[in-house]
Write a protein that binds this ligand. Structure first.
Ligand SMILES: Cc1ncc(C[n+]2csc(CCOP(=O)(O)OP(=O)(O)O)c2C)c(N)n1
Ligand code: SF4
Length: 296
């Protein structure tokens, strides 16, 4: 990735946040940052999701299942037309990436199509009323992972999709956060210059679905990274691994969890269980970073 300072962030704006976005919407900010970095030579592909942020560049749309195929068609048509200066870009939610669009996404990655795929990951299906996705974390409340006599929220941890995509041996996979804009834009600029399949998974807090005050979006996003609930890293060619944010000590996960209504029901024992999982995962990531290798 490119190392940037705040002064390097491009000033041009390529998105208009629509009136349909809630206050403090994380995905709307992700769109703003990503398309600033990509510039205007972009065809952006979307599927149903929220908010439907508007981009000042051509925009195509398909059903969830065919986004990987549609982006393949766009990218190959650009090649035939001799317009390889224009990028085929997917900007798609976690429902459309981790779940409903996964088959065509995996197929496009395995063929190493010339595509840049961004997952604007708000960890649930927000557009249709906060249903769980396979990106939803353990014990989070959603409208389909209820809390009550029969449930404690989501029963399983989230799918490790960045590692799964890296196992397709693609040129670039990274995670990012809207609270770390220079890290995010550095990764987008790096990915923009490569060829082949590139995937960036951006954690985007959603005040409506995660149940926190809209003024705290950046604080929540920052704590996700500072507690290790969402680590920032990149995987190059399915072989090299690098953490791009490595604090000396992680903050306790409780600081992140307690800010959000979706975790309000958690007992001390459940918080300890999440802390243990995060510690184990962090140790594993530190080892990979030390070796500089992705173990495939
Ligand atoms: C095949 C199919 N299944 C379900 C739907 C209904 N649907 C529309 S938007 C949506 C949620 C999308 O969630 P996500 O991709 O995470 O985006 P978000 O709304 O969270 O931004 C669903 C399930 C659909 N349009 N097509
Ligand atoms: S529900 Fe969440 S993702 Fe959708 S517009 Fe509101 S804040 Fe953004």
């Amino acid at each position: 990735m490119e190392r940037l300072t705040i002064k390097d962030i491009p000033l041009e704006e390529y998105t208009i946040t629509p009136g349909s976005a809630c206050q403090g919407c994380g995905p709307a900010l992700a769109a703003r940052l990503v398309f600033k970095a990509l510039g205007n030579k972009v065809i952006r592909h979307g599927v149903p999701s929220c908010p439907d942020s508007v981009t000042r560049t051509p925009h195509t749309f398909s059903v969830f299942e065919s986004a990987g195929a549609a982006l393949t068609g766009i990218s190959r048509a650009l090649k035939v037309l001799g317009r390889e200066d224009v990028l085929a870009v997917g900007f798609i939610g976690d429902g459309g990436t981790y779940d409903i669009g996964f088959q065509a996404l995996s197929a496009a990655a395995e063929r190493n199509e010339d595509i840049l795929w961004f997952c604007k990951n708000n960890e649930a299906y927000m557009n249709t009323g906060i249903q769980r996705s396979s990106a939803t974390p353990l014990y989070a409340w959603t409208t389909t992972t209820q809390v009550g006599p029969r449930g404690r929220g989501k029963e399983t941890p989230r799918k490790n999709l960045p590692f799964i995509i890296a196992a397709h041996h693609v040129p670039y996979v990274a995670t990012a956060s809207i609270a770390f804009p220079t890290d995010l834009i550095g990764k987008v600029l790096h990915a923009k210059r490569l060829r082949g399949f590139r995937f960036i998974d951006i954690l985007c807090p959603c005040p409506t679905g995660w149940r926190f005050d809209p003024s705290r979006t950046i604080e929540v996003a920052r704590l996700a990274v500072q507690t290790g609930m969402w680590a920032l890293y990149e995987i190059i060619d399915g072989r090299e691994f690098r953490l791009t944010y490595k604090p000396k000590k992680l903050k306790p996960v409780e600081e992140y969890l307690r800010l959000q209504g979706r975790f309000r029901h958690l007992t001390d024992r459940e918080i300890e269980e999440i802390q243990r999982m995060v510690n184990e995962n962090w140790e594993r990531l530190l080892k990979l970073d030390e070796m500089g290798e992705f173990p495939l």
